[in-house]
Design a protein around this ligand. Structure first.
Ligand code: ASP
Length: 452
C-alpha cells in the first residue's frame, strides 16, 4: 500500500480538493491519506492554521478570538459549498471549531495546540465527506483512535515508539483511510502538535508503521530543485536524492519536505516521492536510501539565515579536561540547543539559532562562560547564515572545497566559518546573512552551470 500526504496548498480550495480526490481514486494502493489544513489560496492569503493560532492568541490575551474562528469556519464552509457537499455535513465543523475556542486555557501551550490541530482534524472530515460523495469507500480516523502517541511537548512533540505497533492496524481498514496530519495525543490523552509543517511527519510515521511500499508527498512544486528558485533562475530538477542528502538540504532551508519527517522513513527504508498535486504526471523527486552518484558530485546547494556564533577563547584550552563539556552544560542548563561547534586549539565557537538566543539569554550565557569557565575572551556574532553544498559523490571527489571557496571569492563573499569533514556528504560555510544570494548563485554557477 501507499501512504499519500497532501499539503495545505493542495487543499486550499474546492478545485484543489477535487484534484486530490482524483489522485486518490486513480490508484487503488493509495489507501492511507494524510491531510494538512487548507493553506493559502493565493500569495498574501492566510493559512487556516495561522487563523487558528491567531484565534488562540486572541483568547489568551483577553479578547474573544471569535472573529478569527468565524473566518476559519468560513474557509471550510466555502470549500464544502463549492464541492457541493450538504450543509448538514459541514455543520459539525463549525460546532467543533467553536467548542475548541471555549476550551480550558489553564495551560497556554495545550490550548494553542487544541486550536492549531483543528485545521487538520476538520480538513480530514471534509475530504472524507467528499471522497464518499465521489463514490469511494472512505473513513476518517482520529489520531487518538489510530494510536499516534506523542511526547508531552506542546507545539514541538515527538513520536513515541509505542505508536508504531498501534498504527500498524490501520493496514486492515477497508477503503481509503483519511488521517489528519500535524497532531497526536500524549499517553495521558492530551492533544499536542508537531512543529509547524508537521503533517509531513505524520505521513512518514504512518508509512513506517504500516510498512508502506511508497510514501507520496503531494505539494505545489513539480520536484525538489538543486537550489532555491527564489535565488537561482530555473534551477535544475533533482530526480533522485538520498535521505542523508535531503536531511542536510532540508536543515538548511529546503522546505519541500520537513527534515524531521525523514527519520522514520530512513529507519524503515521507505522511499518518498515528492509530487505536485497540480501536475501529478510530472516525474517528481524520489528520496531513497542509496543512489549511484555518477558524474556530478553535488546534488544541491542550500542556505539558511538566523544563526549566531558565540566565540570563546582561553589560553591552553586544549589541556583543560572537561572544558567542552562544561561549556555545553551551560547551554543545556539554559535549554538552548546548539547546532555546531567549530574549534581551534585554544578556542571554540558555539553556533546557535537566534530564536533561542535573545539579548537577555545572551547576557546570562556570556556572564556564566566568563565566570564559571574563566574564559579569556567571549564574544557574539549575530546575523549569520549557513550555506551547505551537499552530495553523496563529494567524498570521492578531489578539489571540491577549492571550487567552493573559489566561488565565494569570485562573488566577494567573506567566509566566517568552514565546517568540513564531519559529514561525508556536505560542506558547510558560515557567512553574513546579506551575502546569501550572491553566495548561492555563485556556488550554483560553479557546480551546475560550468561557468565558474
Ligand atoms: N497546518 C500545519 C502548518 O501550517 C501543518 C502542516 O501543514 O503540515 O504548519
Amino acid at each position: 500500500m501507499k501512504v499519500a500526504k497532501f499539503g495545505g496548498s493542495s487543499l486550499a480550495t474546492a478545485t484543489q480538493v477535487r484534484k486530490v480526490a482524483d489522485i486518490i481514486g486513480r490508484d487503488a494502493q493509495r489507501r492511507l491519506v494524510v491531510v494538512s489544513a487548507p493553506g493559502r489560496r493565493a500569495p498574501g492569503d492566510i493559512k487556516v492554521t495561522d487563523l487558528l493560532i491567531a484565534a488562540a492568541r486572541a483568547r489568551l490575551s483577553g479578547a474573544s478570538g471569535r472573529a478569527e474562528i468565524e473566518r476559519a469556519i468560513e474557509r471550510f464552509a466555502a470549500i464544502g459549498a463549492d464541492l457541493g457537499l450538504a450543509r448538514e455535513s459541514l455543520d459539525p465543523i463549525a460546532v467543533d471549531l467553536r467548542i475548541r475556542l471555549d476550551a480550558d486555557t489553564a495551560d497556554d501551550g495545550l490550548f494553542v495546540d487544541t486550536l492549531k490541530a483543528a485545521g487538520e482534524a476538520n480538513c480530514a472530515r471534509l475530504v472524507t465527506e467528499y471522497l464518499r460523495a465521489s463514490g469511494l469507500v472512505a473513513h476518517c480516523v482520529d489520531p487518538l483512535e489510530g494510536g499516534l502517541i506523542l511526547s508531552e511537548e506542546a507545539g514541538n512533540a515527538r513520536v513515541l515508539q509505542a505508536s508504531y505497533g498501534r498504527l500498524r492496524t490501520l493496514r486492515k481498514r477497508p477503503g481509503v483511510t483519511v488521517f489528519p496530519g500535524f497532531f497526536g495525543y500524549t499517553e495521558s490523552g492530551r492533544l499536542v502538535t508537531f512543529p509547524r509543517g508537521g503533517s509531513d511527519i505524520t505521513g512518514a510515521i504512518l508509512a513506517a508503521a504500516v510498512g508502506a511500499e511508497l510514501y507520496e508527498n503531494f505539494t505545489d512544486v513539480d520536484c525538489v530543485f538543486a537550489a532555491n528558485p527564489a535565488l537561482v533562475e530555473n534551477p535544475r530538477a533533482v530526480a533522485e536524492i538520498t535521505y542523508r542528502e535531503m536531511r542536510e538540504l532540508s536543515y538548511a532551508g529546503f522546505s519541500v519536505f520537513h527534515d524531521e519527517a525523514l527519520e522514520p522513513l530512513f529507519h524503515a527504508g521507505i522511499p518518498v516521492a515528492v509530487k505536485n498535486t497540480g501536475n501529478p504526471a510530472a516525474a517528481g523527486t524520489l528520496i531513497v536510501a542509496d543512489r549511484e552518484a555518477v558524474g556530478e558530485p553535488v546534488v544541491g546547494i542550500a542556505a539558511t539565515s538566523g544563526f549566531c556564533s558565540v566565540y570563546v577563547s582561553k589560553y591552553l584550552m586544549n589541556r583543560e579536561i572537561g572544558f567542552g563539556r562544561r561549556l555545553l552544560a551551560i547551554y543545556e542548563d539554559e535549554a538552548i540547543p546548539f547546532e555546531h561547534t567549530p574549534s581551534g586549539i585554544d578556542n571554540l565557537s558555539v553556533i546557535v539559532r537566534e530564536e533561542f538566543f535573545n539579548h537577555a539569554t545572551e547576557e546570562r550565557v556570556l556572564r556564566r562562560i566568563r565566570t564559571e569557565l574563566a574564559a579569556d575572551e567571549v564574544s557574539v556574532e549575530r546575523g549569520l547564515a549557513l550555506v551547505m553544498v551537499v552530495g553523496e559523490g563529494m567524498r570521492h571527489t578531489v578539489g571540491l572545497a577549492a571550487r567552493a571557496t573559489g566561488a565565494f571569492a569570485r562573488s566577494g563573499v567573506n567566509l566566517e566559518m568552514i565546517n568540513q569533514g564531519s559529514s561525508e556528504v556536505s560542506m558547510m560555510f558560515g557567512i553574513k546573512e546579506g551575502d546569501v544570494t550572491a553566495a548561492v548563485r555563485s556556488l550554483y554557477d560553479e557546480f551546475f552551470s560550468g561557468s565558474g
